[in-house]
Every structure is written in C-alpha cells, then in structure tokens.
Design a protein around this ligand. Structure first.
Ligand code: GAR
Length: 204
C-alpha cells in the first residue's frame, strides 16, 4: 500500500503531534510518514521536537509578514510543494484559507477540545467552563470551510469535575485527544473513513 505522506500544522506545545509521531515509531500507526511540520511562529514545542527528531520543520512566522494574504500564500506554496496525502492541524491557531480546504477536501483532519458542534473556535475549554456544562470532550473531524464545522470522525466525552479550573479540564481533555487522534490517523491511512455529506462512516 502507498505510504501516506503527512504534513502537520502546529502552533504550540505540540503534544498531539508528538503523540502521532510516537505512535508511528511504535508502529501503532503504520504506513505513514510525517514529511514536514509547519509552525506559524518560532520557538514552539512542536518545532523543538521536530528538530530533535530529524523531521523537516518550516516556520512561517505570521508576525513578520505584512498581511494574512502573504501568510496564506506561503502556506499554500509549502503545502503544494510537499504534495501531502493528509494534513493534520494540531493546535494550529491560524484560520486555514478556504482555497486550501477546498483543494484538500477530505484530507485535512483537525483536533478540537470540545464536543462539537458545541464550543467551536478559540478557547473551547474556557467556553465550556463558562457555560457550566457537566460533560465536555474532544473531537477529531475533517475540516470544511466553516469554523470547526466539518464532518466528525470520532469524539470522546470528559466529565467536568465539580469546581474544576481551566487547567484541570484542559488536561483531562488532552488525555482523550491523543488516543482519539491516533485512531483517526490509523483509520484514515487504512482507507477506512468514508465521507458522505456530513457523515463519516467507519468501514470494517
Ligand atoms: C489541543 O488541546 C487542541 O485540541 C487545541 O489546542 C491544543 C494544542 O495542544 N486546538 C484548538 O483549540 C483548535 N481550535 P498541543 O499543541 O499540545 O497539541
């Protein structure tokens, strides 16, 4: 079977990226290779891990660029040159332009720290706490042109402990994110995800 070439987009700590890479190293995920990590800023955990593990990394520092258009153009050029089979947006804090989503429809997977469609956008964990929900969670989904609105692949619930603060809830969600993402990448690479409209069917 053809190797699945993955580009990771990340903005921060990079724990989801590291979880995927480690699952590849232990062969929990097979038939995939991360060919490039793109960060939108310098000195992130994702960049550090990529450098330490000989994974090519590119920084497109949005703060040093004149405008959003230029950032989009550079991101587009890098992705087109790489020809990935799958793009993983793992804590990537830039909005992905619509053209990219259209060109890579069904090939961009995002991880989000809530049970979508609740709490899309930024600070999902804080939104959940402020809404006083008793259950929140994590979602892995295909990206579409909306904000965290694409077809859902997998979800995991998290009970919100009484009196929990933002850090505690974020950590509980993160513990669910890693295995969820690994399963989604496994299934994608095995050709088991079939999208029909909004519905993702998991094939046997
Ligand atoms: C994760 O909790 C991820 O779900 C969230 O950012 C964190 C990144 O952590 N993503 C979003 O909020 C996207 N809207 P990581 O850098 O350790 O993977």
């Amino acid at each position: 079977m053809k190797e699945v070439k993955i580009v990771v987009l990340a903005s921060g700590r990079g724990s989801n990226f590291i979880a995927v890479k480690e699952a590849m190293d232990t062969r929990e995920i097979q038939g995939c290779r991360i060919s490039l990590v793109i960060c939108d800023r310098h000195n992130t955990g994702a960049e550090k891990y990529a450098l330490e593990n000989d994974i090519p990394v590119q920084i497109i520092d949005y703060k040093s660029l004149p405008d959003r258009k230029e950032f989009d153009r550079l991101l587009r050029d890098s992705i087109i040159a790489e020809k990935p089979d799958l793009i993983l947006t793992l804590g990537f804090m830039r909005i992905i332009s619509k053209w990219l989503v259209r060109d890579y429809e069904g090939k961009i997977i995002n991880i989000h720290p809530s049970l979508l469609p609740s709490f899309p956008g930024m600070h999902a964990q804080r939104q959940a706490l402020e809404a006083g929900v008793k259950v929140t969670g994590a979602t892995v989904h295909f990206m579409d042109e909306g904000m965290d609105t694409g077809p859902i692949i997998l979800q995991a619930p998290v009970m919100v402990p009484e009196g929990a603060d933002l850090e505690e809830v974020s950590n509980l969600i993160l513990q669910q994110e890693h295995p969820l993402l690994i399963r989604a990448v496994q299934m994608f690479s095995a050709g088991k995800l079939q999208i029909t409209g909004r519905i993702v069917k998991i094939l046997d």
